[in-house]
Design a protein around this ligand. Sequence first.
Ligand SMILES: [Zn+2]
Length: 294
Amino acid sequence: MLLWFSILSSVAAPTPVDVSIRDSIEASLGRVIGADAPAIGNQVARLLRWKGDVIKNVHPGDKLKLLFERAPEPELVALVYSGSEIDLRAYRFDDADGISRYYDESGTLIEPWLLHSPVDGYVQITETVQTGRGKRRHHGLDLKAPEGTPVLTPFDGVVARVNWGSGRANGKCLEVTYENGTVGRFLHLSTVEPVAVPGAKLEAGTRIGAVGSTGHSLAPHLHYEIRAPAGDALDPLEEHGTERAVVAAEKRQAFDVARRAFEVALTGVSATTAVAVPGPADLMGPVQTLQTIQ
Ligand SMILES: [Zn+2]
């Protein structure tokens, strides 16, 4: 596994895990990795959810192989999920903006990319709108981003209210009524901009605050809701629209090198075998690099 040190510049090689699902992902992981299972199980579920329902479509006998780092926080590095209903490969990779996100084998971001996002360059959608039975009710989209990242109003609108309630649940918060009558709600902010006072007209792209972790929040993120005029929670992914994002062209070769290293580590086969895997001719450059690194 020397490849890890060269390609990923990690301080420690990621820990490989190979489990057969028996019940839930977290419980199955727990039998192998113990205390790190809740964090890693949650990160696995965040990716699998884009391929299916992680309660209904995960079945006993499904296979999960993954690599994760224990420090500074447990973090998923790569996974292969081979299930009866869900198949997914995901690799962590730093794209051109320097942010680590998870891509599939074709270099496509696992999750849909939110258009007109209130947070430019967010890291990950860590929670979606959940209203179904047996699920934790969640009326918005959680966008993970570092504390202090600017929050922008995605559409033209008028500020409806600021810092309502006790602040205990929502923390610092803001509501903007968009021109189509729907209401954008921004929670857990670290700061609210002075321009964002009730009645203020704001153009799309105006900075209204910054990402924080105030109120009921465990880590910096923006909780973003859209409410219909009657109050029903709408899905921001549908209201805003999404696109498929891919690794930047200038990072493509580096991605392919990293992906091959991940595949070697995940399958446990020798690097020689992995290099022999047929691929498009334009990927042969990275293979040379892989051999050189060895
Ligand atoms: Zn939330």
